[in-house]
Design a binder for this molecule. Structure first.
Ligand SMILES: Nc1ncnc2c1ncn2[C@@H]1O[C@H](COP(=O)(O)OP(=O)(O)OP(=O)(O)O)[C@@H](O)[C@H]1O
Ligand SMILES: [Mg+2]
Length: 234
């Protein structure tokens, strides 16, 4: 496969996104975005509320399709693929962490983390083993059987990070992962993200309003008027 062979984990070419507003008018949100992510790179995306950061992340992670342009994940143009192949990419190549954890309430931490591995066809014992290992890596070895409501907000986000990484994605896409946490807990989550960067070929794109987090990234891009620009050149 393309890992470790110089193919960029993720590329965007000429991405546009036009929504239709409630009044039926076209709402252009992304105005032609070209972007290339390198292996092991951490990129922070900042910008005003409503600028289109989440929209872009969804398109980059193949959760949504662009109006025009191409997203290329591990060398494969997502727009040319059928639904099943796209689902596989979402499951194996990309990990998502959102502002709210979106963990399944009725399942334990380890079961939540196992889920994407089971969907990928890994057998249950191996999936559990993998999930337990990653939960230990994120500091939750003694919370394996807690349900989400029995975990603190920071712990819930760490489970969400573990779940995002269980299938060894090449790209972790994080949308305001610490937006819902206090300063100290946010700091711990950020430390975790930067520790994880050393894992395999993992690259990270993080959307954040948090300047401490943005300042630690290799690159900071600002979303403004539908475009991404390097910070300081707006
Ligand atoms: N499905 C949709 N239909 C119509 N408009 C949408 C849709 N999704 C998003 N928008 C609009 O697109 C714009 C960008 O939304 P987006 O969620 O990407 O912003 P954001 O930069 O992530 O903001 P925030 O920092 O508040 O999370 C907003 O004005 C929003 O109302
Ligand atoms: Mg958003």
């Amino acid at each position: 496969m393309s890992r470790g062979n110089g193919v960029p984990p993720l590329e965007a070419r000429g991405i546009t996104k036009v929504f239709t507003g409630g009044d039926g008018r076209a709402l252009p949100i992304l105005g032609g975005i070209d972007f290339q992510l390198s292996a092991n790179e951490t990129v922070a995306i900042i910008g005003a509320s409503g600028a289109g950061k989440s929209t872009l992340l969804h398109v980059l992670g193949a959760l949504d399709r662009p109006t025009a342009g191409e997203v290329i994940i591990e060398g494969r143009a997502v727009g040319t693929l059928g639904d099943e192949a796209i689902a596989t990419i979402r499951n194996r190549s990309v990990g998502f962490v959102f502002q709210f954890h979106h963990l399944l309430r009725e399942f334990t931490a380890v079961e939540n983390v196992m889920m994407p591995a089971l969907i990928a066809g890994i057998d249950e014992a191996a999936a559990r083993n993998k999930a337990e290992g990653i939960l230990a890596d994120v500091g939750l070895a003694d919370r394996l059987t807690h349900k989400p409501r029995q975990l603190s907000g920071g712990e819930q986000q760490r489970v969400a990070v573990a779940r995002a990484l269980v299938n060894d994605p090449v790209v972790l896409l994080a949308d305001e992962p610490s937006g819902n946490l206090d300063t100290e807990t946010s700091g711990m989550l950020h430390d975790l993200l930067f520790e994880l960067r050393g894992r395999g070929d993992l690259s990270i794109i993080v959307v954040t309003h948090n300047h401490n987090l943005a300042d630690r990234a290799d690159r900071v891009l600002v979303m403004e008027r539908g475009r991404l620009q390097p910070r300081g050149e707006g």
